[in-house]
Structures are given as structure tokens and as C-alpha cells.
Design a protein. Structure first.
Length: 532
């Protein structure tokens, strides 16, 4: 029997030893989800790069390469990856039963002798885990899937942050180039005024106005260059190389040449966001976990039960080595009296008497099964059930709030991008041609003496401001595009039907429990596989 028991315990130990945490599969799942929505697979299975790329010389850093570097090396994103390992460990813990317990007690009699023993021959095993583990596993599985989705969503958010910083760098880089062109134009104007001053056709005041205008542009250029360097360092920190050199540049943009595409309609974008946004799916799983916790708290209200096998040995006082002197005297006296009584009868023999002999106590053992059963008279876990229900209502309201926020963000970003497209096109086709023609007329009129310097400089400033305005609207177009991608949860051109179903259990629609309102959040399946 003891051998069979050891074998059973060994098998159980081996079975539980195999239940080790292995978050790699879930990390790969999060990488698949991010790849589906970004078009780039995060290299999370590889360690962050310790040495930055060779940026010792002036190179152009593409946006896709910048995003790839950030997905691999961004330390905040790397820290978020550990959430998957923590949730996976919680799932493992939820699958385990409580450890059995064994007790042994020794009590020593005050008069000496054998001590009393009490204990359990077989470890006591709580049995409530048998009906609690299924609920714990369901709640922990939902939290693990939520962690996977949140990490993938953080990757999309990181990519959007990197793209926004990249777009700002593109704008600043082009703004610096425009300022340099404007400075050359202002310098030419100052030289023209100086030549006319030599000929006696302009005053020193006119030259000073042109020169001051050039100096102001130079001051603005210094400010813009400082902002450019600051944005470079911000982008380097995002990609995980805060101390790398900044000799690189970004891909150029041009306010008059870049092609613009109007955004898709609001309804299509909202539908894409409902199918693609991972934070909404994570909120669904969070609601699912809260629902499972309600069932878990109700199950924990059942009585606790534990089984075991107990034994007990009663104490025994140590027997004396022999009768004491008074006992011996008493025994001899009693024996003499008995002999006298029996001596009067022929052939009679008195029995041996020893009334004061020490008594011998036998050791007694008690064996039998033991049951510990809780009586849920006062605490039936009502408070924890109510708390879990309120938590469910909270998660459901948070989910509905996220849906509202997502819809608002998508529509707002779509409006901003549409407005930027219209403004760029309007300035390119309507305002810019007139500004250029007016500058040419003002220059000819200034040369011929028909107009003064003020009109010519004003026409130049008008051209400068127009080009800067177009560039600002172009920046807004690209930034709103990044915001729109973040609002829909990934690339705009993604086909919702191409998102492959996931391997995990799809959360059902949040049910109505007491105190909740009717709601039917989409039960979109979680994607695990990536599309090419």
C-alpha cells in the first residue's frame, strides 16, 4: 500500500511539474496580431540591439526602418511584453490545486511515561479546488488573452508615435529648406536695394528694411534647426538609441509635389475600426474575465471540504518499579489476616492478596478518516459576489466608453485629413499661382520704379507665408493619416475579412446581470495568424 501511494504521489508531482509557464507562444501570437495591422513583424523573440546602425555619415532613414527599429528596441514596449509572461503564470497558478497538509502533535504526560501522539496518516487535501479550478482557469485565460491583445495594441500605438515624430521631422526638415530659400531671396532683394542705393535710386532706410528682413529669417532658421535637433533626439529615444548620432535625415516631402489621397468614408472607417482595434477586443476579454469572476465568487461561497486520515495514541503513565514500603506492609498485613481466616478450615488455602500493587494501563490507538467541513452560517461570500458584479458592470461600461471614444477618434481624424487635403489642393491650384504672379509683377514694378520697396517685400513675404501654409497643411495631412491609422487600429487598406480567426476562445457577448444594461459588443475573433 505504501509503495502504491508513493507511485501515485510521484505521478501527480510529475504531472504538475510539466505545467510550466511558456509565454513564447503567446508572444508570437501578439507579434502575429501586430504584423497583420502594421505590415511589419516585431522582432520580439530577439534581444534589443545594443549597437545602433551606422549613422556616422549622412544617411536617409526610411520610415519603415524607423518603425521596425522601434518595435524591436523600444524599452517601454519591451517592458509591456512581460505582461504576457505574468498573465501566463497566473493561468498556470489558477490550474493548480492547493498543497496537501500533514499534521503531527506530541503531548508529554506530567507523570512521565509514553507521550500522546496525534496526527494524520495521509495528508489532508482540500477538495474545494475541484469545483473552483474551472472558473479560475476561465478567468485567467481571459486575462491572458487580454494581455496578448494589449501588448499588440501597444505595438500599434508605439508605431503611431514613431510615425508622428517622423512626420514632424519631415515637416521641420522641409521648413528649414524653405527658410534657406527665403533667405537667399531676401539676400537678393537686399543686394538689389543696395545697387539702387549706389545709383541714388534708394535710401539707406530701404536697404535697412531688406537687411533686417534677412536677419529675422536667419533667427527663425536658428530656432527651426534647434527644433529639428530636438525632434531627432526624441525619435532616437523612441527607437531605443537615445545616445546615437544625429547625422541622418528623413525622407523629404515637398509642399507642391507630394500626392494626396482623400480619406475613406466615415462608415467604412468605423467598420474597419470595429473589426481591427485590439484595445476593443482586449476590453471584451476583460469583460469576459469579470463575468467569470462572478461565477468564481459564487462557487467560493460553497462550504470548504477537506479529507484525510487521522490517528491518535492515548497517553500511558509509567508503571512503578515495585511497591512502596507502606504498600508492602499493608500487603503483608492483609495476607496474614487472610491466612488466619482460611487457617481454621481444613485443607483450605488463603489466596494471595496484594491490593496495593501498581495498576498497569494499556496503550490504546484510535484510527479513522477525518473530514473538515465548513458550515457557511454567516459568510456565504455574498459581499465578494456583489463586488464581482459591480466590477463586471464597470468593465462593461468601460468597454462601451471605448467604443464611443474609438468612433469619435475615427470621425475626428477623418475630418481633419479631409480638411487638410482640401486646403492643400486649394492653395496649390488657387492661391499659389496668384501669389507667384503677383511677386513677378511687384519685382518688375520695383525695378522700373513704379512701386516702392514695401510692396515688393510684402509680395515676397506673401510667397513665403503661402509656401509655409501649404507645408503646414501637408504636415496636418500626414499627421491626421497617422492618427487615423491609430484610430482604426492599423493600416487603412486592411481588409477586415483577411483578419484570420484566433485560436483562443472568443468571448461571448456580455450577458445581462442584475444591475447591468443591455449591451451587445461585437464578438470579433482574435487574430493569431498573419496575412501576407
Amino acid at each position: 500500500m505504501h509503495r502504491n501511494l508513493r507511485v501515485a504521489l510521484s505521478l501527480i508531482s510529475l504531472a504538475f511539474a510539466g505545467c510550466t509557464s511558456n509565454p513564447k507562444a503567446k508572444i508570437d501570437e501578439a507579434a502575429d496580431l501586430a504584423e497583420q495591422r502594421l505590415g511589419q513583424r516585431p522582432a520580439w523573440t530577439e534581444a534589443p540591439e545594443a549597437v545602433p546602425p551606422d549613422w556616422s555619415t549622412a544617411v536617409v532613414l526610411p520610415m519603415d526602418e524607423t518603425v521596425a527599429l522601434a518595435l524591436r528596441n523600444n524599452r517601454t514596449l519591451r517592458a509591456d511584453l512581460e505582461m504576457i509572461g505574468q498573465a501566463d503564470a497566473e493561468l498556470l497558478q489558477a490550474s493548480l490545486m492547493q498543497n496537501p497538509m500533514i499534521s503531527f502533535m506530541v503531548m508529554f504526560p506530567d507523570g512521565g511515561g509514553r507521550s500522546m501522539l496525534r496526527g494524520t496518516g495521509i495528508p489532508i487535501q482540500p477538495l474545494q479546488d475541484l469545483w473552483l479550478i474551472p472558473f479560475r482557469k476561465k478567468a485567467a485565460t481571459a486575462m491572458l488573452q487580454q494581455a496578448v491583445l494589449r501588448v499588440a495594441d501597444r505595438a500599434i500605438e508605439t508605431a503611431a508615435t514613431v510615425k508622428a515624430a517622423y512626420v514632424k521631422l519631415q515637416y521641420t526638415q522641409r521648413a528649414i529648406a524653405l527658410l534657406q530659400e527665403n533667405m537667399r531671396l531676401a539676400e537678393q532683394s537686399a543686394q538689389l536695394v543696395q545697387s539702387r542705393q549706389v545709383a541714388g535710386q534708394a535710401t539707406q532706410v530701404a536697404y535697412n528694411l531688406a537687411h533686417i528682413r534677412y536677419q529675422r529669417l536667419r533667427s527663425e532658421l536658428l530656432t527651426m534647426e534647434s527644433e529639428y535637433r530636438t525632434l531627432q533626439r526624441e525619435l532616437l529615444a523612441l527607437v531605443g538609441f537615445a545616445g546615437a548620432p544625429d547625422r541622418w535625415t528623413v525622407q523629404p516631402v515637398h509642399e507642391m509635389q507630394d500626392e494626396l489621397r482623400p480619406p475613406r468614408g466615415e462608415d467604412a472607417l468605423v467598420a474597419l475600426g470595429a473589426a481591427q482595434r485590439l484595445d476593443l477586443k482586449a476590453a471584451e476579454w476583460s469583460t469576459q474575465a469579470a463575468e467569470q469572476r462572478i461565477a468564481l465568487m459564487r462557487a467560493e461561497g460553497l462550504p470548504d471540504l477537506a479529507l484525510g486520515f487521522s490517528f491518535e495514541r492515548a497517553p500511558a503513565t509509567r508503571a512503578a518499579r515495585g511497591p512502596t514500603i507502606p504498600a508492602r506492609v499493608g500487603n503483608a498485613t492483609a495476607q496474614a489476616l487472610a491466612n488466619q481466616v482460611y487457617g481454621v478450615k481444613p485443607m483450605a488455602q488463603a489466596p494471595a492478596l496484594a491490593p496495593w500493587q501498581p495498576k498497569i494501563r494499556e496503550v490504546k490507538w484510535t484510527l479513522g478518516p477525518m473530514i473538515d467541513l465548513e458550515i457557511p452560517l454567516f459568510d456565504q461570500n455574498q459581499a465578494q459576489v456583489a463586488k464581482a458584479m459591480h466590477e463586471y458592470n464597470q468593465k462593461l461600461a468601460e468597454y462601451e466608453g471605448r467604443v464611443q471614444d474609438a468612433t469619435r477618434d475615427i470621425r475626428a481624424a477623418q475630418v481633419r485629413q479631409q480638411q487638410a487635403v482640401e486646403q492643400v489642393r486649394f492653395y496649390r491650384t488657387e492661391i499659389m499661382p496668384e501669389v507667384q504672379r503677383n511677386l513677378e509683377l511687384a519685382q518688375q514694378a520695383f525695378i522700373t520704379g513704379q512701386e516702392g520697396l514695401t510692396v515688393y517685400l510684402q509680395a515676397q513675404d506673401d510667397l513665403i507665408m503661402t509656401r509655409r501654409t501649404i507645408l503646414e497643411f501637408l504636415r496636418d495631412y500626414y499627421l491626421s493619416g497617422v492618427e487615423l491609422e491609430r484610430a482604426v487600429g492599423g493600416r487603412i487598406g486592411t481588409d477586415p475579412a483577411a483578419l484570420s480567426p484566433g485560436e483562443g476562445e472568443v468571448p461571448a457577448k456580455p450577458p445581462q446581470t442584475p444591475g447591468t444594461t443591455a449591451a451587445s459588443p461585437p464578438a470579433d475573433e482574435v487574430s493569431h495568424e498573419h496575412t501576407e
